[in-house]
Design a protein around this ligand. Structure first.
Ligand SMILES: [Zn+2]
Length: 366
């Protein structure tokens, strides 16, 4: 139960398509002091269902190496939820509102049509996040579920109790699509049959990349001051500068994370739910090859991607590069200099720890 005098809890919600590096970003931020990487918190019920059904997939494991049912954090959260809610009903609500395909109508209609049910779902979300923060004694929780309707729920959190930031991680479209097609397999989350014929697989993966990113950008339009787009390739190429920029936006001290990277240490994966399977090994930041996706798609696959998603690829990477990428490029050569986003960019040392009052206009260029 949120007490009236409970401290304001920071929630960092990561948006974007699958295979965009959200789990890595989540893990990095979660290595800050008193900050928890929750992973794909929206998949809590699927994780418990999978673990109880004896499935040994990544879905049923916490990154601490235990089944979620045996993890001290998630089993305690689950027990607390059970004292207050009908968990079967909560699971049904989650299926209804947070499965990506099914939630698409909710993303559009939620404010009008589904008010009562969504309000109950929001109450459960608040309870879950508060429980998680109390059990782990943190001041910030990172959730990388990415589902747009969940972002809508978070945006309804009372601002006097929650300090919300949206991070939208965008990765080169052909790279994402190539990865998705290569690893196409039955999805326990979406119940998707596999494999698709190659061009249909490319079309499906492209539409997923398109939908998740367009929805995230729309959320950014609605919540400009709480939104930051992160281009994954730029982030991975310049992690120290990027973390400085993130620190400014999130108002979380990320120096412990930068220090680990400088020292070549691995990151602590904590208690990450679901997400990319790489979470099961210690995360390390490695610069990815420069946008290899186009070359790994056939001519036909490139045509399908360009026809469906080419315009968004152009928009993100040519027409409107993210403010964060513009800022860190401006600081290239000054490794690990604090990067302030916004008009005070020329005075990086003036970065303060206050909540950023930055004009977070997505796509603003230098
Ligand atoms: Zn765990």
């Amino acid at each position: 139960m949120p007490a009236a005098d409970a401290p304001r809890l920071k929630v960092v919600y990561i948006l974007g398509s699958s295979r965009s590096g959200s789990t890595l970003l989540d893990t990095l931020i979660g290595n800050a002091d008193r900050t928890l990487s929750a992973g794909e918190l929206g998949h809590l019920f699927w994780a418990f269902d999978a673990a109880r059904a004896g499935k040994t997939s990544a879905l049923s494991w916490c990154s601490c190496g235990r089944l979620v049912t045996d993890c001290p954090v998630w089993s305690t959260v689950w027990a607390e939820l059970a004292t207050r809610y009908d968990l079967k009903e909560l699971s049904r609500q989650t299926d209804r509102f947070e499965t990506i395909v099914r939630s698409a109508p909710t993303d559009v209609l939620a404010p009008v049509v589904l008010r009562g049910a969504l309000r109950r779902h929001l109450e459960a979300l608040v309870f879950t996040v508060r429980s998680l923060a109390r059990i782990t004694d943190v001041r910030a929780v990172v959730d990388s579920s990415k589902c747009p309707s969940r972002a809508w729920l978070y945006s309804r959190l009372p601002s006097e109790s929650f300090d919300l930031r949206f991070l939208h991680v965008v990765r080169d479209g052909p790279t994402v699509v190539s990865s998705a097609v290569t690893h196409f397999e039955p999805s326990e989350v979406e119940g998707r049959p596999a494999p698709y014929p190659p061009l249909l697989a490319v079309a499906t993966a492209t539409l997923h990349w398109l939908y998740m990113n367009v929805a995230a950008s729309m959320i950014g339009r609605l919540h400009r001051r709480r939104y930051l787009r992160v281009d994954f390739e730029d982030f991975a190429q310049r992690p120290l500068e990027s973390l400085s920029a993130l620190e400014s936006f999130l108002d979380i001290d990320l120096e412990p994370v930068r220090q680990r990277i400088r020292d070549g240490q691995t990151l602590t994966p904590g208690h990450i739910l679901c997400g990319n399977r790489s979470k099961l090994s210690s995360a390390q930041l490695r610069p990815p090859p420069a946008r290899p996706g186009r070359d790994s798609l056939s001519a036909g696959q490139r045509f399908v991607f360009d026809a469906l998603g080419g315009w968004l690829q152009w928009y993100y990477f040519q027409a409107r590069p993210s403010r964060m990428s513009s800022a860190i490029r401006a600081f290239s050569g000054r490794i690990d200099a604090p990067v302030a986003l916004g008009s005070r960019r020329e005075e990086p040392s003036s970065r303060t720890s206050s909540t950023p009052d930055l004009p977070l206009r997505p796509g603003r260029t230098t």
